[in-house]
Each structure stands twice: as C-alpha cells, then as structure tokens.
Ligand binder design. Structure first.
Ligand SMILES: [Zn+2]
Length: 257
C-alpha cells in the first residue's frame, strides 16, 4: 500500500516585523536588521486536517500591537478550514505567538510535549522575567485548565499521531519544543517551528537568541536534518521566505509541500 502523503501550508497571520538580525541569528550580523513573519501551519491529506500552532489571540495581538495582524481563524478560512471545527492541533511550544490563540480551536485535541507543558504550568522558574516575556498568561491558563481532560494529549518524546505524521521532541529553544515530520509527495518534510527561526540556521547551526539549552539545540538540529529527506524540506518558524518563495494559494497562504 502506498504511504500516506500530506500537503503542508504556511499561513502568515502577522508581520512583517523588523528585528535586529542577531535576535534571529545568534551573535551574527550584529549591525543588520532582519524581517520576519508570524505563522501557523496546516497539514492536509488522507481526509484529515491537522493545524500546527494557534497563532495569537486578537486581544493579545492588540496588547502587543502586532503589525499586519489577522485573526488566524480568518486566514484559515481562506483555505476553507474552520478553526472552530478543527479536530487536531499540535502546539510546538508554549510561547505567546504559538499558543495564545488556543481558544480559537474549541473542539481540538491538543498535542503538546509533557516536558513543555510541565515547565510552563508547574515550574516556578517559568514565572521569571525572561520566560514571562515570551508567554501569554491567558493562553497558558486555558491550557492549564485542560490538564487531565481528553482534549489535552501530553506527548512523551517522539510519537506518530497519524500514519506519516510524527511529532519529534526537539528541545533547545524551549525545554520541550516539538517539530512535526510529515510524509509528502517529495519525501519527509519537517515543520520545524522555532527549532530555527530562519532557513539559514539549518545550514549553519546558528540558532536564534532565544535559547533555553544550547547543547540540546545542536542535537535537535542533527535529529531534524536526519529525519528530513533534504535540507530544503525543513521549514523554520518565522522566515519571510515561507510566504515569498512558495506557491501562493490564497492571501498570506503558501503551499510548502
Ligand atoms: Zn515563534
């Protein structure tokens, strides 16, 4: 029987943002700027739709004054996906730009690494300034209230959630970040989320400046590169090329694989 294959879409919901380059590319290009976008991803095929990350809720987007913000639910509608009806949601990590919109998906079963969940929900260190800065207390509270319910699937390490779709524990940027390996027509692609913010990192090993564990991060690069069919099949979390260099299927939506 043929292996199940899926399509992958990148949906930009905010940006572009202009940032100092070393924020996205650690201790390099010190005097340069870089443009980034905020994204969620959709995996479609075999009769299933799996959304990767939630984006930012409208309230927090307003509070943080996000340039070019569109409610992620609105962007999903452009490819006929109704957020309220989504059944499967992968949360790669619990930073505000990836978790805040969790309430937009009220019916979804949420897959998150147990290590990631336990850190943000139960470790008092997560309340300290550097961590607090990148999180959303409202989204976190919503997630915390799901503990013990069927809607929350705490994943321990690598796990295949559908034939041809595997979650990979890839710590470094956060304690329990997970990426998603997806079988596509052109082999295995990896939705890397913030295991790298930009494409260049997968070639050079240079991460972003938001680091929890640098040693783990290097091992995660090895793991992702080994898993993907080619380096061109690894997709970072914030690179504007995700929008600009792939076939456009709707406004701010591109097909990656
Ligand atoms: Zn991010």
């Amino acid at each position: 029987m043929a292996k199940p294959t899926y399509e992958i879409y990148a949906l930009k919901y905010a940006g572009p943002f202009i940032r100092p380059a070393p924020m996205m590319y650690w201790f390099h290009d010190m005097d340069k700027k870089i443009q980034i976008n905020y994204y969620i991803f959709a995996i479609c095929g075999e009769g299933e739709t799996i959304i990767v990350d939630c984006g930012c809720a409208p309230e927090l987007a307003k509070e943080r004054d996000l340039t070019g913000y569109v409610n992620p639910g609105e962007v999903l509608k452009r490819i006929d996906i109704v957020a309220e009806e989504v059944k499967h949601l992968v949360v790669t990590h619990i930073h505000f730009d990836h978790i805040s919109g969790v309430e937009l998906f009220p019916k979804a079963t949420i897959f998150v690494q147990e290590k990631e969940f336990n850190f943000w929900m139960h470790n008092p260190i997560a309340k300290r300034a550097p961590f607090l800065h990148v999180t959303d207390p409202v989204g976190n509270r919503y997630l915390a209230e799901l503990e013990g319910s069927k809607r929350l699937q705490l994943v321990e390490g690598d796990q295949e959630i559908f034939p041809g779709i595997e979650l990979l524990l890839c710590p470094g940027h956060t304690i329990g970040l997970q990426t998603v390996a997806v079988n596509t027509e052109r082999g295995v692609a990896v939705i890397g989320s913030d295991a790298a913010h930009i494409f260049a990192s997968y070639r050079t090993d240079i991460p972003s400046a938001i680091i929890t564990d640098m040693v783990a991060w290097m091992s995660s690069y090895d793991k992702i590169r080994e898993k993907a069919s080619s380096i061109g099949q690894i997709f970072p979390g914030h690179d504007i090329a995700l929008t600009d260099h792939y076939p456009k299927v709707a406004d701010d939506v591109s097909r990656l694989a």
